[in-house]
Design a protein around this ligand. Structure first.
Ligand SMILES: Nc1ncnc2c1ncn2[C@@H]1O[C@H](COP(=O)(O)OP(=O)(O)OP(=O)(O)O)[C@@H](O)[C@H]1O
Length: 785
């Protein structure tokens, strides 16, 4: 038994695993299959049996032959993990690939390389032949992305921002092509920050599983595959699916960025041309594949052989080794997955694959977390861009409507000019076409006119075959030119039509926008008008108020004049006049208050107007209604006042007239009575005369009482009213004085009436002088009355 580095490797930066694929239909002979591979139950060791000259053993002896140890040599290998033919895609992912994904999420570069003979299951392991997220066939690539998105989901509440991008390339015949975008052949570059990378390779941001499948489908469709003897869909190129995970974590001490990269490499399978029988293009492909794989072997050999302190590693011998430079002995955590077939036919390839894998175990990688400030540059750039766009949007939102309207106006003008230009070009072209047709017609007419005059060999020239053929040729030429011209003109016409349609469309759009602007402006104007109307209404109302106020004032003055007149004439002020005065007084105060209220109410409207805000229509109409109601009320009150005033005037006039007539007649009677008394007193004295005088005096007393009585009452009323209305003390004194004078006059009269007259015959000179005195005092009394 040959031991190949028997210990379990302990190199977590470079892991090597083997996967044995199940036998395929073509490898199973009559239901019998002899496996060359045996996997230890610990999944760490594997034995491969080298059966000696087995091809010479007849089928029926095979079973017995393989069980005899002397017929085989055993090769034993130890790896990080060995998957037997029953292993599932899920197991492979969980025990191997998941570690690489974890490393990527920690910010490391990780690579998984699927290596092996053609048809051993590299593509099956890396991709799986399914795009159904729930399929157990799913390979490492879709499972890795699912895992990454689950991780991001779990961290959704943390302060970490992620960005996942994918690229997909193939190296076919030593040319690098982008599988996700049409592009010319790409080149490999290297710089200190990024390490080795493919220049201009497209990167696609992926936000969920659906997008991953879309990219995989797209890339796989472009990848070169072909049906070979060993594999129906044999990959003819090396394919690399690159997943980049950028993350920025916001911590109290600041932001920290990490960038992890996961390279998932599905190498083309090595093949023995003798076995595959490839020719032509397939042969060329095979050669290139084998060359690049042997370059990979050389790199691994150089890395694992002890050749001094700084050995030369031939990375540049092939595109794939150059591309995987970081993964092979550099800044990367790498996993080799070597696939083998258990079939006897594939023994040679399987053994060489195992030896290759065994050698790779000793490669030393030195991965570091990509964590410096420049990492996560793209994510950071995106965040900055988003910030910039946000502020730009804010700025745009702030931009006044006017600018937009002006811009639209300019665009509209431009569109109109374009349309006019297109129209005039179209017209010009139509004219040209018309001219051309006319010209052609004229030429044809000229030719036929000339021809009709010429004769050749007795024949009209146009009837000769030469002429006919020349004419036909000429006509064909003209027709062709004409046709060409027509096509050209038609094309131009179509393009003009298109331009016109475009312009019309544009114009429609502009008209629509203009209509919206007009509608907006109209609405604004309506509101302005409403405000102006309200303002006008308020002005009219104020004016009306003013007039009412003035009217009330003048009424008040008139009333006061009437009052004075009444007082002068010692006539009681009618109650209606007093009420009216009081009412006016209240009304003036009321109006002042109303005016103030109105002023106050108008404040919000003015303030709104100043602030260029628009009060709601409902509020405005409500206020307007209120104002109209108040106006109506005032007008009604004024009418009432006027009617009351008119009424009072009439009453006053009537009272005046009545009072005067009553008093005049009483006074006239009194005068007559006094005249009679005087006559009797001055005539010859007799008892009869004196009795008559006494009667007359009595009557006079009654009459005077009649005159005085209402005056007293009136004075009393006036006094009490004045008192109750808190009139001025001067007025009260004046009224009392008048009262006293009346009382005095009445007392004198009563005294006079009580005097007893003397008989006439005993009348002495003293008596006659006394009589004269009495006569005088009666005269004085009359004057006083
Ligand atoms: N573990 C497995 N279980 C079941 N079927 C498998 C397994 N591995 C490979 N196969 C089948 O084997 C066939 C060849 O597999 P695949 O195309 O993946 O090989 P390959 O190594 O990529 O070949 P090539 O290098 O020619 O592209 C496929 O039909 C695949 O379904």
């Amino acid at each position: 038994m040959k031991q190949n580095n028997g210990q379990t490797p302990n190199n977590e930066n470079l892991r090597v695993v083997i996967r044995v694929r199940p036998p395929m239909a073509r490898e199973i002979n009559d239901g019998k299959f002899i496996s060359t591979v045996q996997v230890a139950p610990d999944n760490l060791q594997l034995c491969i049996f080298d059966y000696h000259a087995i091809e010479l053993v007849p089928d029926e002896d095979l079973e017995q032959y393989v069980s005899n140890p002397s017929n085989y040599t055993l090769h034993q290998f130890t790896f990080d993990y060995v998957y037997d033919q029953d292993s599932t895609q899920e197991q492979v992912y969980n025990t191997t690939a998941a570690l690489s994904v974890d490393s990527t999420l920690q910010g490391y570069n990780s690579t998984i390389i699927a290596y092996g003979q053609t048809g051993t299951g590299k593509t099956y392991t890396m991709h799986g032949f399914s795009f159904n997220p729930n399929s157990d066939q799913l390979g490492i690539i879709p499972r890795s992305l699912h895992n990454i998105f689950n991780h991001i989901q779990m961290k959704s509440n943390s302060s970490t921002t992620f960005m996942v991008r994918a690229s997909y390339l193939q190296i076919y015949n030593e040319n690098i092509n982008d599988l996700l975008r049409d592009s010319p052949t790409l080149n490999i570059r290297e710089d200190k920050k990024r390490g080795v990378f493919v220049e201009n390779l497209s990167e696609w941001a992926v936000r969920g599983p659906a997008e991953i499948y879309q990219l995989m489908r797209k890339g796989n469709a472009k990848r070169v595959t072909a049906s070979t003897r060993m594999n129906d869909t044999s990959s003819r190129s090396h394919a690399v699916f690159i997943i980049t995970v950028e993350q920025i974590e916001e911590k109290a001490e600041g932001k920290s960025a990490k960038v992890g990269k996961l390279n998932l490499v599905d190498l083309a399978g090595s093949e023995r041309v003798r076995v595959t029988g490839a020719t032509g293009q397939r042969l060329e492909e095979s050669k290139k594949i084998n060359q690049s794989l042997s370059a990979l072997g050389n790199v691994i050999a150089a890395l694992t052989e002890n050749r001094g302190s700084k050995p030369h590693i031939p990375y540049r011998d092939s595109k794939i080794t150059r591309l995987l430079e970081d993964s092979l002995g550099g800044n990367c955590k790498t996993t080799f997955m070597a696939m083998i077939s258990p079939a006897i036919d594939a023994f040679g390839e399987s053994l060489s694959t195992l030896k290759f894998a065994n050698r790779a175990k000793t490669i030393k990688n030195t991965p570091i977390v990509n964590q410096d400030g420049d990492q996560g540059a793209l994510l950071r750039k995106y965040q900055q861009e988003i910030q910039k766009l946000k502020s730009e949007l804010e700025e745009r939102t702030k931009q006044p409507l006017e600018n937009l309207v002006n811009e639209l106006e300019k665009e509209k003008q431009k569109a109109l000019e374009d349309k006019q230009e297109a129209q005039s070009a179209y017209e010009q072209r139509s004219k040209d076409l018309f001219k051309e047709t006319e010209l052609r017609k004229q030429l044809e007419e000229k030719i036929s006119a000339l021809n009709s005059q010429m004769l050749v060999g007795g024949q009209k020239i146009e009837e000769t075959p030469q002429f006919q053929s020349a004419l036909e040729k000429q006509q064909r030429l003209i027709r062709q030119q004409y046709q060409e011209k027509l096509t050209e003109l038609e094309k131009e016409r179509q393009s003009i039509e298109e331009d016109k349609a475009q312009t019309d469309k544009y114009k429609q759009l502009l008209l629509k926008q203009r209509d919206i602007m007009i509608a907006l402006t109209n609405r604004l104007n309506d509101r302005d008008e409403t405000i102006l109307q309200l303002q006008e209404e308020l002005d009219v109302y104020e004016k009306l108020q003013k007039e009412n106020e003035d009217q009330l004032h003048s009424q008040q003055i008139k009333l006061e004049q009437f009052e004075e007149l009444f007082m002068e004439n010692k006539i009681e002020i009618p109650l209606v006049l007093q009420n009216q005065k009081q009412y006016n007084k209240e009304k003036i105060l009321g109006i002042q208050n109303d005016a103030q209220i109105q002023k106050l109410e108008s404040i919000p409207v003015q303030t709104l107007h100043n602030n260029q805000q628009v009060q709601s229509d409902a509020l405005i109409s409500y206020e307007l209604k209120n104002q109209i109601e108040i106006n109506k009320q005032i007008q009604f009150d004024l009418k009432l006042t006027r009617i009351e005033l008119e009424k009072s005037k009439n009453e006053i006039e009537q009272l005046k007239k009545q009072k005067n007539q009553d008093q005049i007649s009483i006074i006239e009677n009194a005068r007559k009575s006094v005249d009679r008394i005087l006559e009797q007193l001055t005539s010859e004295q007799s008892e009869q005369n004196l009795e008559n005088v006494a009667k007359e005096l009595n009557q006079l007393q009654k009459m005077l009482k009649q005159v005085l009585q209402p005056s007293r009452n009136h004075v009393k009323g006036q006094y009490s009213f004045s008192k109750s209305t808190s009139d001025s003390p001067n007025k009260i004194v004046l009224i009392n004085k008048q009262n006293d004078q009346m009382a005095k006059s009445t007392g004198q009269l009563v005294k006079l009436m009580q005097m007893k007259p003397q008989p006439k015959q005993n009348q002495s000179p003293v008596l006659s002088s006394k009589l004269k005195q009495k006569q005088k005092s009666v005269g004085d009394l009359w004057n006083q009355i």
